[in-house]
Every structure is written in structure tokens, then in C-alpha cells.
Design a protein around this ligand. Structure first.
Ligand code: M6R
Length: 369
């Protein structure tokens, strides 16, 4: 059932174009408008939502962090993202106007389930973004928007992450459409751009030979840092999580802007650092700021492994390696940038002789608190 791949994780990385395409499928009408009938929360309730709180753990929480940038931009609704186990044990300010979005691949994560209950007890509506049909979290939520990633077997989440971002984006666009704000007219165009992503994800997978090669050379590495800014920040965090859980290597993700506030002290000659670079076609200062960060760490001897968009020549002088990904709108770029990081972790762990599908100490669904 691994479809000829050496591991489920490898197979699931290759399934990602389908996971995104299938999550988009059948969710628009003949006029290109989003129809999310499954969201059985009254439209008037959705129109009056004044805050969104995403609750999730691990990779699902990083999907929530990515979605925050998009939903706030499209809907002008404040979005908080909180680890479910933290949310559960404080006194969060939620009420009838709060939409709580619980994100979970398995639908069985106990921490997330307890947070769902905690939110509902306080009158919040809970919408679950879940991959596994018939699981507990959707049953205990007010509504569910399923991701259509197919079964994810490997402990490390890959295709579910891309599908979660896609589904959360659909939710954001749906709210924009429903509330008739300034992005309502752009929903169709953004959906077209989303539909173009599976082909681009496929291209990133097709080009992953070099990242595999580098990963194999780095099997003895002790520590890897990951930097990103804006939507690239949660991508950096996710890249670090993949490396920790699969290859048992110390890895940390930082917001690139935070470097000078401390982490840059970690940079010593030879330290490998992945940098997720925003598109130079996006908000101008963002790109140049991250390029300066690469320059700063390179000057201190870091080995810079850069993920940049096709055509971005500005990164070349400061990069030891550039992994180019196809051009995409800034908000959609995480669906591409994370793929080389997944491949890197998977390949490095394999080179170390580790079981990538079943890393030590971990379970696919964490059903204890
Ligand atoms: O099934 P869930 O999405 O609720 O699981 C949440 C986390 O346990 C999960 O994403 C975990 O962090 C993965 N092992 C990451 O690869």
C-alpha cells in the first residue's frame, strides 16, 4: 500500500497535489461562488462573528498560524491561534460571537477535543477542520469542514497540513463572500489561484532531487535552524518540527525579524540555516528584509539553505544552496515552501537509518491529555 515508495511518508508527500485538489473539489457552484453546505452554522451567526480562535496541536496548529494571515487579510476578523492544551487550562475570552476553529487530522486528539468542549461550554460555535470521517471532534462540534487528504498513515503529518491550510482558506474566503467585504468579489480569482497550486506542488516534488542529496550529506548534523517571515514563519516552525520528530536532530524555527533579538547569537561557522524567502513580487520590504537576514547570518559563517521563488536572483550571492519553487501569491506560497522541508527531514532520517513512518516515542493520534 506504499504505492512503490520506501515509506508511507514518502508516499504521502507525493500525494500532496491530490490532497489539495480534492479538498477544493466540489465546493463551488456554476458561478464560481463557494458553497460550503456542510457548515451548518446559521449564516446570520457567521455574519456576526467578531473573533476567530483556532485551536490545534503540532502541525495542525502551524496550519492555523498560516491561515491567520489569510483570514485576517480577507475578512478583517481578528484571528488568534492557540495550542489546544493551553487554551483549555486558562480562562479564554470567548462567547457567542466567537467562532472557534478546531483543526485536527485524526479528529481524536484529546487535547483538542477537551478544548472544543471548553469552548462550547462558553457559548462559542465550534467548526472542526478534520481529515478523518466519523471521528470524535467533528461529532462534538457544531459543524465540520472536511479536508480530503485521504488516510494519513505516517506519524509525521504532511499532506494533512497542506489540506488543512486549503480548507482554512476556503473558510476564510467563504466568510469574506458571506460578509460581502471588499474581498468578496475576488473570491473567484483567489480560488482559481488555489486551483493552480496542485500542479505547482507537483513541480516542487519533481525538483526535490537536490534537497534529497543535501539531506543525505547532512546525516551527521547536530542542529538546524529555520527562519521565515509572515506566512513563512509558521512554515519554518513546521520544518523544524519535521526534523525533530523524524531525524531526532535539534531544530528550531524563528521569525526572521526576531534574529537580532537573540537567536543570531547561535550562529557559528558551519551552522546550517534554512531560510524561507517571501516573494519579491509581494510586499516589497518583506523580501529585502529577509535577504538582509541571509546576508547577516552568512557573514557569521552560517551555511544558508534558501527556499526562494523562481526568478529571485537576489538571494543567490548569499545562499550556499537555493531551492527554487514556482511563483505563487504570497498567501499561497506556504503550500510550496514547506515541501522541500518535508522532503529534507524524511530523507535525512532515512539516511540515518531511522523509521520515518514510526518515529520513537510518538503516536499518530495522541488520545491522552
Ligand atoms: O491528529 P491531529 O492533527 O490533531 O494531531 C496533532 C498533532 O499531534 C500532530 O500534528 C503532530 O504534531 C504530528 N506528529 C506532526 O507531524
Amino acid at each position: 500500500e506504499k504505492g512503490g515508495f520506501p515509506s508511507f511518508m514518502d508516499k504521502e508527500i507525493h500525494d500532496q497535489p491530490h490532497a489539495v485538489a480534492d479538498t477544493l473539489l466540489g465546493r463551488t457552484d456554476a458561478h464560481g461562488r463557494l458553497v460550503l453546505d456542510e457548515i451548518r452554522i446559521d449564516e446570520s451567526v457567521l455574519r456576526s462573528v467578531d473573533k476567530i480562535v483556532v485551536i490545534a496541536c503540532g502541525t495542525a496548529a502551524y496550519a492555523g498560524h498560516v491561515a491567520k494571515y489569510a483570514i485576517e487579510h480577507w475578512c478583517r476578523i481578528p484571528v488568534e491561534v492557540e495550542l489546544a492544551h493551553e487554551f483549555r487550562y486558562r480562562d479564554p475570552v470567548v462567547n457567542e460571537q466567537t467562532l472557534v476553529v478546531a483543526v485536527s487530522q485524526s479528529g481524536e486528539t484529546m487535547d483538542t477535543l477537551m478544548a472544543v468542549r471548553h469552548a462550547r461550554e462558553q457559548g462559542a460555535k465550534v467548526l472542526a477542520i478534520v481529515n478523518t470521517h466519523g471521528s470524535t471532534i467533528p461529532r462534538e462540534s457544531d459543524a465540520v469542514l472536511y479536508t480530503h487528504a485521504g488516510p494519513e498513515i505516517a506519524v509525521a503529518s504532511t499532506k494533512a497540513f497542506l489540506a488543512q491550510i486549503t480548507a482554512a482558506y476556503l473558510l476564510g474566503l467563504y466568510l469574506a463572500q458571506l460578509r460581502g467585504n471588499k474581498f468578496a468579489d475576488e473570491v473567484t480569482a483567489i480560488l482559481d489561484e488555489l486551483r493552480a497550486m496542485p500542479d505547482k506542488i507537483q513541480q516542487v516534488i519533481d525538483r526535490s532531487g537536490r534537497v534529497r542529496e543535501i539531506a543525505r550529506w547532512m546525516a551527521d548534523t547536530q542542529s538546524v535552524l529555520f527562519l521565515g517571515r509572515h506566512v513563512g514563519f509558521p512554515v519554518a516552525m513546521e520544518g523544524a518540527l519535521k526534523l525533530k520528530e523524524l531525524a531526532y536532530i535539534h531544530a528550531e524555527g524563528f521569525a526572521a525579524g526576531e534574529l537580532k533579538h537573540g537567536p543570531i547569537a547561535l550562529i557559528e561557522p558551519g551552522q546550517p540555516v534554512f531560510v524561507v524567502v517571501p516573494s519579491p513580487r509581494g510586499r516589497d520590504s518583506l523580501h529585502s528584509k529577509v535577504v538582509s537576514n541571509i546576508q547577516e547570518i552568512r557573514a557569521r559563517g552560517a551555511r544558508t539553505l534558501v527556499i526562494a521563488e523562481d526568478g529571485d536572483e537576489a538571494v543567490r550571492p548569499y545562499a550556499d544552496e537555493v531551492f527554487y519553487v514556482p511563483q505563487a501569491p504570497t498567501l499561497l506560497a506556504p503550500l510550496l515552501a514547506v515541501v522541500p522541508l518535508q522532503v529534507f527531514a524524511c530523507e535525512l532520517a532515512t539516511a540515518k537509518g531511522l523509521d520515518v513512518d514510526q518515529p520513537r516515542n510518538l503516536a499518530k493520534s495522541v488520545t491522552v491529555e
